[in-house]
Write a protein that binds this ligand. Structure first.
Ligand code: KIV
Length: 269
């Protein structure tokens, strides 16, 4: 029997067990109560309150502008909805890079104010001190390597990362470092699938997004549901076209209101 069927509440330990048993881990983003409730009920293993909220909820071009207070607001809404999934919250840009003390106080705010189960942060060796300090307070960390959107101004593009030997070797080193430091999982974003295979010896769960086969997969919910239309990378599989569904429902509603068809006799008191 799979681990998935038995568990009431997903923890970091359950994810490790799933990896050990070869059971794949499903992960999606959510930023609000209603959507989190639906995906939790559907059985998703991990809900990421991603800083992609900056793009899909707030309409910014990058993930950089979202603040810690805004992330906490989103995370609180999600945690209130969730019974089963592990909720992981992104530490937003500027809240952990300057020094490890600030990193710890940002992570503590997230854990204390939201009730989430873990935080995620981007980077490898450059984040080592912050990772150590956060972990020393008993806060679980999910790492994030490869395309790290908070560094978009350094990269200059959202193209596939680590295609050259130097960047690929650095990523492998970083992945082993995150494991050694005590991170419970790592997200690998937009890297060659062959590079993900190179670190298949890593013991902690690897969650891919545009990184080929891994222990689990993550997508931004608004992308996989077809709410966002303009974003179409090769790795994105769309499971619904909610843009079309919502547009059709709203145009029908407008036309029923304009024609006087809504409300009818049964729809009033
Ligand atoms: O913020 C986010 O949604 C993420 C995922 C793309 C992994 O970090």
């Amino acid at each position: 029997m799979s681990v998935h069927k038995e568990i009431k509440k997903v923890t970091t330990h359950i994810l490790q067990e799933m990896k050990n048993r070869g059971e794949k881990i499903s992960m999606l983003t959510a930023y609000d109560y209603s959507m989190a409730k639906i995906i939790d009920k559907a059985g998703i293993d991990v809900i990421l309150v991603g800083d992609s909220a900056s793009n899909v909820m707030a309409g910014y071009e990058t993930t950089l502008p979202i603040t810690l207070d805004e992330m906490i607001y989103h995370a609180k809404s999600v945690v209130r909805a969730v019974d089963r999934a592990l909720v992981v919250v992104d530490l937003p840009f500027g809240t952990y890079q300057s020094n490890s003390k600030e990193a710890l106080s940002s992570a503590i705010r997230i854990m204390k104010e939201t009730g989430a189960g873990a935080v995620k942060l981007e980077g490898g060796m450059e984040s080592e001190e912050s990772i150590k300090r956060i972990l020393s307070a008993g806060i679980p960390i999910m790492g994030h390597l490869g395309l790290t959107p908070q560094s978009i101004n350094k990269f200059g593009t959202y193209a596939v990362r680590a295609k050259d030997d130097e960047e690929a070797s650095r990523l492998v080193e970083d992945a082993y470092l995150l494991q050694e430091l005590g991170c419970f999982a790592i997200v690998l974003e937009k890297i060659p699938a062959s590079l993900t295979s190179r670190i298949s010896e890593i013991k902690i769960p690897i969650i891919g997004i545009g990184a080929g086969a891994a222990d689990g997969q993550v997508l931004v919910m608004h992308d996989m549901l077809g709410i966002t239309q303009e974003f179409s990378p090769r790795f994105l599989r769309r499971y619904a076209d909610l843009d079309a569904v919502i547009t059709s429902a709203v145009t029908n509603y407008i036309s029923d209101v304009k024609s006087g068809d809504f409300p009818n006799e049964q729809e009033q008191y």
